[in-house]
Design a protein around this ligand. Structure first.
Ligand SMILES: Cc1cc2nc3c(=O)[nH]c(=O)nc-3n(C[C@H](O)[C@H](O)[C@H](O)COP(=O)(O)O)c2cc1C
Length: 331
């Protein structure tokens, strides 16, 4: 008998991760052609005129070029985040850039925002018909050759160009894989950066790093609240790792189960702070979301929405259906 979590039930986990990463998008586009669209309504949410059928979305980085969204929508997410997009096209970082650890249910990457660039991204979005099947979040970043001093120009360019297509923007200055990027989160830089970048009429969120101290997280929340962000996504990947994880280098970021505890900790910390200051803004929890029980915990801890990336690799896109089934069984 084949055991429930076994790789035989999830044959894509038998494919070496580098190859799976390269062919996965093509396989997803193909599967999308034959998939009957599914919509799962559970725990719906209205926020700033947007309607979310359910609170579970696709995390940033899964659909970097916005060319998978049409397929992803058929699997029943509550929303999709596309990008990170940068103004100019760029390749991934050199060397091995992705890893998968089945034992720890963890992924590792040091991709560094590979994407086809803003022009191609815009063309993809032009091909989507309004109304979209779910709210569409667009995650924006900077090219690796753009200095920190000029970084705001990359963000402004992406936001201006993509304004007509976005329901929500996500500012990504928390990836560990673009040298110097996280410096923009530092107190001396954040306020002036955000004051320049927050130009959109669309709601704009800031994605945070789990590797900041709690004190720094609270300082970022306070500064970015004052600058006018509409909410936060907690969290991006972590540079922390367990000694028993055998990832190719000690650079890069880890996601999946090992990030779960810190992600929830960050959520509780921020949620408590917002409550204490009577700030009513959006909180999205991401990092090791893997079961309905886990989603419930995050929704009960102050998040209005959650996202997943690693579970879409370990469980496949049936994850959206599975979470809906678990919700139905428990309610
Ligand atoms: C291979 C890979 C690529 C990612 N690329 C991006 C990205 O381009 N932009 C971004 O904001 N987050 C990116 N992330 C981070 C995820 O959006 C998410 O914050 C993180 O993986 C934690 O969620 P998880 O534990 O469900 O995977 C990436 C994660 C992985 C594993």
């Amino acid at each position: 008998m084949v055991k429930p979590g076994s790789k035989l039930r999830k044959p894509w986990l038998l494919i070496p991760v580098q190859i799976a990463h390269a062919i996965g998008p093509m396989a997803l586009k193909l599967s999308g052609l034959f998939k009957k669209p599914a919509t799962y309504q559970w725990k719906p949410l209205q926020w700033k005129g947007l309607f979310f059928e359910n609170p579970l979305g696709v995390a940033g980085g899964f659909d970097k070029n916005a060319d998978l969204a049409s397929s992803l929508w058929k699997y029943g997410p509550g929303f999709i985040e596309v990008g990170t997009v940068t103004p100019m096209p760029q390749q991934q970082n050199p060397g091995v850039v992705v890893g998968r650890c089945q034992k720890h249910q963890a992924l590792w990457n040091c991709l560094g925002f590979p994407n086809k660039g803003l022009e191609d991204f815009q063309k993809q979005l032009q091909s989507f018909k309004r109304p979209y099947k779910t709210p569409l979040f667009i995650n924006v970043g900077k090219n690796r050759n753009t200095s920190e001093a000029e970084a705001h120009k990359d963000y402004i360019k992406c936001i201006k160009t993509l304004e007509p297509f976005a329901d929500v923007f996500v500012i990504n200055i928390s990836s560990p894989n673009t040298k110097g990027l996280r410096k923009l989160l530092e107190p001396k830089n954040l306020s002036s950066f955000l004051n320049k970048v927050l130009t959109s009429k669309k709601p704009t969120l800031l994605k945070l790093s789990p590797d900041m101290t709690n004190e720094d997280i609270l300082s970022v929340i306070s500064t970015s609240h004052e600058a006018g962000v509409d909410g936060w996504i907690l969290t991006n990947t972590t540079t922390q790792r367990l000694p028993s994880m055998s990832f190719p280098t000690d650079r890069g970021g880890v996601s999946g189960a090992p990030l779960q505890q810190r992600s929830i900790e960050c959520l509780k910390l921020v949620s408590k702070e917002l409550e204490a200051k009577s700030i009513n803004k959006l909180l999205i929890s991401v990092g090791g979301v893997s079961s309905h029980k886990d989603i419930e915990e995050r929704l009960n801890s102050g998040a209005q929405l959650v996202q997943a990336y690693s579970s879409l690799i370990f469980d496949g896109l049936g994850f959206f259906k599975k979470m809906h089934q678990e919700f139905t069984q428990q309610n």
